[in-house]
Design a binder for this molecule. Structure first.
Ligand SMILES: Cc1cc2nc3c(=O)[nH]c(=O)nc-3n(C[C@H](O)[C@H](O)[C@H](O)COP(=O)(O)OP(=O)(O)OC[C@H]3O[C@@H](n4cnc5c(N)ncnc54)[C@H](O)[C@@H]3O)c2cc1C
Length: 324
């Protein structure tokens, strides 16, 4: 389909800023999400440095074109109609750890496991709890990444915000500024980034001394815990938990109570392993997932009186009248 003039302008400006051949047209987004679902982006660009990321964002914002910053796509459902604008996928890889345990990290998917390996081997603790969770740095701050405290107690939830010191943001005015941890107003599955269009360029974390052996034990036990309870991403794609937690009750428990495990619409299915996780059986559409979400909400409300609210973010174009 022919691009409107403004998108053509952005395409040219992005090629000029980042170099020829760096912009993809009508690029499939499904393979760029862990759910493996969704239509194409009109334009897709993958900045590899913070300088490129800032340039790309300044260009699309100056043109007033709809845009979306994609991390690893582990907490989103992209609509079957794709995204009618520019998707900027963060592939920056950059981090440094100093001798006092201060870690500054920027970037995308691959950088996160690299950082966890690096800090663990260097004897600095804080990130080992999150090993095995698919995320970029920005996505982790957006949602305040969390996981249970180490075995055997597993008595509390460990949040990423416990080690956040500050972050550098690109504001909608195109300016870069530093904010401290308080700016984020972190909560459960929440940060201030939900309310603003600020983009995290990098973040600084404060790590504490621990033994590599202890941290490796935590990583191994956490991975084993996840492998037992969560569907494997490579064969059963998902977006993690679909619905927000309900304090003291648990969304998954309510869904299980209603006997909904295994329920399937099209190729979207509530996995038998975990009632709050839906998997893509191979050809699931966003429509299948949204219909399954609506079915779960309806049954749980009717049978338990609780309203389940989706935790995942809906991105792009969905069929009319299907808003959960
Ligand atoms: C199998 C599986 C298991 C999971 N387990 C857990 C778990 O145990 N604990 C947990 O907390 N979560 C879990 N999740 C959810 C997911 O891993 C996290 O929410 C993760 O932080 C998402 O990061 P992302 O980079 O993929 O973000 P995306 O899904 O790509 O994006 C999510 C949001 O973050 C925004 N964003 C991304 N980068 C930036 C940036 N640089 N600046 C500003 N905004 C940005 C995006 O625009 C979007 O609004 C799981 C997901 C899966 C698939």
């Amino acid at each position: 389909m022919r691009m409107p003039t403004s998108l053509e302008w952005v395409h040219e400006a992005l090629e000029e800023g980042l170099g020829p051949g760096r912009i993809m047209v009508d690029a499939p987004l499904a393979p760029l999400t862990t759910f493996q679902i969704g239509g194409p982006a009109r334009l897709l660009v993958e900045p590899q440095t913070t300088h490129e990321l800032v340039s790309a964002l300044r260009i699309v914002r100056a043109a007033g074109i709809p845009h979306f910053l994609l991390g690893l796509g582990a907490n989103i459902l992209v609509g079957d109609g794709g995204f009618d604008g520019v998707v900027i996928r963060n592939t920056v890889r950059d981090f440094e750890l100093d001798a006092t345990g201060r870690l500054r990290a920027a970037g995308g998917a691959i950088v996160w496991p690299d950082i966890i390996r690096h800090t663990t081997l260097a004897g600095w603790s804080g990130l080992e709890h999150f090993a095995g969770i698919p995320s970029t740095i920005g996505g982790a701050l957006w949602q305040n990444l969390h996981f249970l405290s180490p075995a055997p107690a597993r008595e509390r939830t460990v949040f990423l915000d416990e080690i956040v010191v500050s972050a550098r943001l690109l504001g909608t005015d195109g300016e870069v500024r530093e904010v401290d941890r308080d700016w984020f107003r972190f909560g459960y599955d929440y940060s201030m980034l939900h309310e603003t269009d600020d983009i995290v360029l990098d973040a600084t974390f404060h790590l504490t001394r621990s033994s590599t052996g202890d941290m490796e034990r935590i990583i191994t036990e956490n991975r084993a815990w996840r492998a037992e309870r969560h569907p494997p991403l490579d064969s059963e794609p998902s977006a993690g938990s679909i619905f927000q937690k309900i304090d003291g009750i648990g969304a998954g428990r309510l869904i299980d109570q209603c006997g909904l495990k295994g329920t399937r619409i099209g190729d979207a299915e509530i996995t038998h392993r975990h009632a709050n996780i839906m998997i893509n059986r191979g050809g699931a559409s966003a429509r299948d997932v949204r219909q399954l979400i609506a079915l779960v909400q309806e049954r749980v409300r009717r049978e338990t009186g609780h309203l389940l609210v989706p935790e995942i973010l809906f991105v792009g174009e969905f069929d009319e009248g299907e808003n959960p």
